[in-house]
Structure formats: structure tokens, C-alpha cells
Design a protein around this ligand. Sequence first.
Ligand SMILES: [Mg+2]
Length: 347
Amino acid sequence: MKITAVETTLREVPVRHPFRWRAGLPGSGTSNTVMDLVIHTDEGVTGRAEVSHGAIMQDIVDRRLRDMLIGRDPLLKEDLFHRVLELDRLEEIPIYGLGTIDIALWDLTAKAASMPLYKAIGGFRDRIPAYASTVTYDTLEEFLDIADQCLAAGFRAIKLHAWGDARRDGHLCQKLREHVGPDIALMYDGSAGFDLVDAIWLGRALGEADYTWYEEPMREFSIESYRRLREKVEVPLLVGETSDGIHYNIADFLAFGAGDLVRTSTHYKGGITGALRIAHLADAHNTRAEVHGGGLPNLHLACAIPNTTWYESLVMGNPVVIEPGIGPDGAISPPDVPGIGWDALVQ
Ligand SMILES: [Mg+2]
């Protein structure tokens, strides 16, 4: 099989409920330019991926990736994964776009094998519980109300993106624990808003409130800072979400004892190929690679590997908008069609 064409198109997707992750970070804006990428082959099988901030990625496809891909065998994904990494050294491909080609190649591969993607890349379950991943709301009272709405919708786990103020966020986390009781899993995402001193203070508060994980409290440039934080807090640290370097970087977090759980994802970690490397690496350390972010490729990944717990489902707006496909049991299944199933209904 040979790649004959790489087609890209841009479309504007409105953000119906503009949001932010914490104070200090820019908001989502009101629309996102998504690039659809389709890889065509001489045997008629195609593979598709989509990526946010599409204009940047379209430029890289036009200047670099298309010529690299045409004429090559799309099933030799390890070869193409390394070619994309070589190009990343020159282009600094945005982290959210590094996996775009690989995702399309795996869609194509799974279609050629007549299997849903999650079965083609491992296959562990056909349904997984989701956690409600909140955007930042304005007040403590609104967060508690949102939590009630999430529980009423079926979720049994909630993750906060709060304000980025250690004292105020610590108070919120404690109040949320009192509000939902001991049986709901709670997680906290710092969106890299803290220095080490505040990260330690907040981490201790999260430990006292029995949080399941403490995610990305600091930028992930300094692995040594995370090692020091881990020495000071009891709450499990979830690390490596927005750091470059795919499995090479995660290997160092684990080798230096700088995290308890690690992040993997298809969109930030080099596609399916990179995400699986991280999942297997974490398994070798008897730990979990919790899947970061929603979307169909991440849903397939979460159902393919044993060492992840939830699918991350974003909730936004008030009343909250629940992602299509989340059932009353708070769980979700990937489409049972060959490939990723971009056009299939999620149930
Ligand atoms: Mg996060």
C-alpha cells in the first residue's frame, strides 16, 4: 500500500460556552480553526485525523509533511513516527499537532484490519467510566452546584480546574470533599499555576481532603522541582501532561521519582504510537498512564490499555453541557466500527 495524497481542509468550530482553565490564562475565545487531514492510498483505504489551531498545522503539512509521506507505506507507522520526530527537531511542531499524522495512519490501519481502533491497538474494554473535568467557575457556590449537576448526570468522579490561588483553591477542594462525601473520586488540576512553595502547601491540603490525584501544579520543565514536591506531599502526583519529549521525558519523570502517575494522550504525546509507548512504560513501573483529554482517539486509547482509570470528559457552561455519548452510568464507549469512527455516533 502507498500513500497517494494528503488532503487538508480548515473549518471554523464555534466555542458555544467560552471558558478558561484558571485566572491568569487566556480564555478559549469564541471559535477554533480545526484542520481535517485525510491520507489517501492507492488501495482506496483512507485515514483521518483532526487537530485544533489548524492553520499552523496546515502550514507544516504543506511545507514539510506531505512530501515526506507521499509514496510511502502507511502501515509502516514506526518508520513514519520517527520521520515526524526528526522533522519536529527542525520545525518544533506544536505539541498538540505532533500526533496528527500518526492518528490518521492508525485510523487507516484499523480500517484496513476491519477493527475498531481500540481493538487494533490492544483492546482492554469496550466501555470506560468518565470523569467530569470542569472549567473554571466564578465562585465556590457555583462549583458545588456544578458538582451536583455532574453527579446527577451519572459521573462518579470530578476534576477541578480552579482559580490558581493556593489558599482559595485549597479551601474549595476541602469544601467540595465535604459536599460530595467520601465515595466520589476528586482530582485537582493546577494548570501549572504555582511555584514550588505554593504547590507544596496546596498538595498537603489535597492530601488531607483525600484527592485521587494532583495534576500539573507547576510547569513541567523542571523535573527536579517535581521530585522535591513529591517528597513533601502525600497526594499522588500526576505528571507529564504538557511536557515535550513523549516517552523519553516520561521515562525521566519515573526514573527520578518525580511523579506517581503519568499522563499519556494521543494529541500531546505523538499520536497512538507515542501514547502506547508511555502506557507500556508506566506499566513497567507498576503505575498508571492516565489518559489526558477527550475526543475519539483518546477514548479509543483509554479502552485499549489496562492501566488507565477514566476518560476525561469536559463539562462547561451552567447548566452544564454533558458530552454526547456519556450514559446515565457515567461511562462511554468508542464507536464499534472499523477505525476511529469519526462519523459514527458515540454511545
Ligand atoms: Mg490537565
